[in-house]
Every structure is written in C-alpha cells, then in structure tokens.
Design a protein around this ligand. Structure first.
Ligand SMILES: CC(C)(COP(=O)(O)OP(=O)(O)OC[C@H]1O[C@@H](n2cnc3c(N)ncnc32)[C@H](O)[C@@H]1OP(=O)(O)O)[C@@H](O)C(=O)NCCC(=O)NCCS
Length: 182
C-alpha cells in the first residue's frame, strides 16, 4: 500500500499544540477510550498529571493538540501525549491522536513536544515501550530517532503481547523532533 507522508497530505484541519490543563481531563479520557493501544490511565492518574504539581518525582508533563491555530482559543481536542523525567532518564509514556485526525502530523508533534521538554529538564535519553504489533507507532518512534533496545516478553495483557523497548539519545535527536503545526 502506498501511503502519503503527512507533509504530502492535503491537511485542511489547522491545529496547534499546548500544555494540557485540568480542564482537558474529559476530552483526554474520551480520546484514550478511542485508542486501546494507548496505556489505559485512570482518571486519578490523569488528574494528578494535569494538576500542574511539579513537586513530585519524577516530573510529569502532558501536551494536547487542539483544533485551530491558536492553542488557547478552546478548539476541540485532537490528541495528547505524556512523559516524565527523572534526572538523565526520561520516558515518553503515552501518545494518542483521535481516529478522525490521524495522519496529519499530530502524533509526531505531540511526541516531539514531550522529547523537547525532556531535553530541557536535562534528560540524556528518552525511553518507551510499545506493543510489538503496533507498526504505526513503531514507524513514528523510529522516525523520531528511537532505536529498539530489546523485548519484554508477554508484557501486555488483553491481548497478551511482547513489548518492544526503545530509546532515543537526546543529544542526537534534535533535528528529528522538529515539526511544523498545520
Ligand atoms: C500512533 C499515533 C499516535 C500516530 O498519530 P498520527 O497523528 O496519525 O501520526 P502522524 O500523522 O504524526 O504520523 C507520524 C508517523 O507515524 C507513522 N504513521 C502514521 N500513520 C500511519 C499509517 N497509517 N501507516 C503506517 N505508518 C503510519 C509514520 O511513520 C508517520 O510519519 P510520516 O507521515 O512522515 O510517514 C496514532 O496512530 C494513534 O493514536 N494510535 C493509537 C494509540 C497508540 O498506538 N499510541 C502509541 C502507543 S502508546
């Protein structure tokens, strides 16, 4: 199958990325429900993540993509990403784009923002795990500079499946994380 890249597609939905706030909770949960491949975080985990409390360890961050060129104008939510950082190590914990907004470069932008934030916190590397069958996410992560480091056998449930462990060297990935909002 031939697939256009995001930049070749006629992207008619303008969108932008901003830090998530507590007011985004319901919309994030609704996108998470659409995306069984994403980690199934409870509303209490999200509430803590979105509270803006930066005293915890590790530090956590969450970004959202919203419809419209002005991120703070209250357009509907198109996707989210979350990550955490503890010293030199960081993790891209979750990313999801609403089914109706896929293939527009939003997932790439959301991952890039988390990686950029991790770099700003002083991380030298970002790690993640992904279902072995999730070819779309694997392609996205590889294109952002993530390299496979190993496999965790039967790590996921419902259905049981291996996790592929990946990591990106933050000193090498600055170019890959550049993106343009549409
Ligand atoms: C993975 C996911 C976030 C990608 O979001 P998206 O907004 O569609 O991604 P983008 O448009 O930014 O595309 C980024 C890259 O993903 C890959 N990709 C996207 N759609 C694809 C498709 N249909 N087939 C193959 N690869 C695809 C490509 O590498 C693409 O780069 P390219 O367009 O330059 O070729 C989205 O498919 C999703 O939400 N999936 C469910 C949740 C999930 O799997 N999360 C990851 C595990 S935590």
């Amino acid at each position: 199958m031939i697939r256009e890249t995001a930049s070749e597609r006629n992207t008619t939905i303008p969108w932008s990325v901003r830090r998530a706030t507590a007011a985004d909770l319901e919309a994030i949960l609704s996108i998470q429900k659409e995306c069984p491949e994403a980690p199934d975080w409870s509303s209490s985990i999200w509430r803590r993540t979105l509270s803006g409390d930066q005293t915890g360890h590790p530090l956590r961050v969450c970004f959202v993509a919203v419809e419209g060129r002005l991120a703070n104008r209250g357009g509907s939510l198109l996707g989210f990403s979350a990550g955490c950082c503890a010293g030199e190590l960081s993790e891209l914990e979750s990313v999801a784009t609403s089914v109706s907004a896929r293939g527009l470069g939003i997932g790439r932008a959301l991952c890039s923002r988390v990686m950029e934030w991790c770099r700003e916190q002083g991380a030298q590397a970002t790690e993640l795990e992904v279902r072995a069958s999730n070819e779309v996410a694997l392609g996205l992560y590889r294109s952002l500079g993530f390299v496979e480091q190993g496999v965790r056998r039967r790590y996921y449930r419902d259905p049981i499946e291996d996790a592929v462990l990946m990591s990106a060297d933050m000193r090498m990935t600055a170019d890959a994380t550049e993106f343009r909002e549409k």
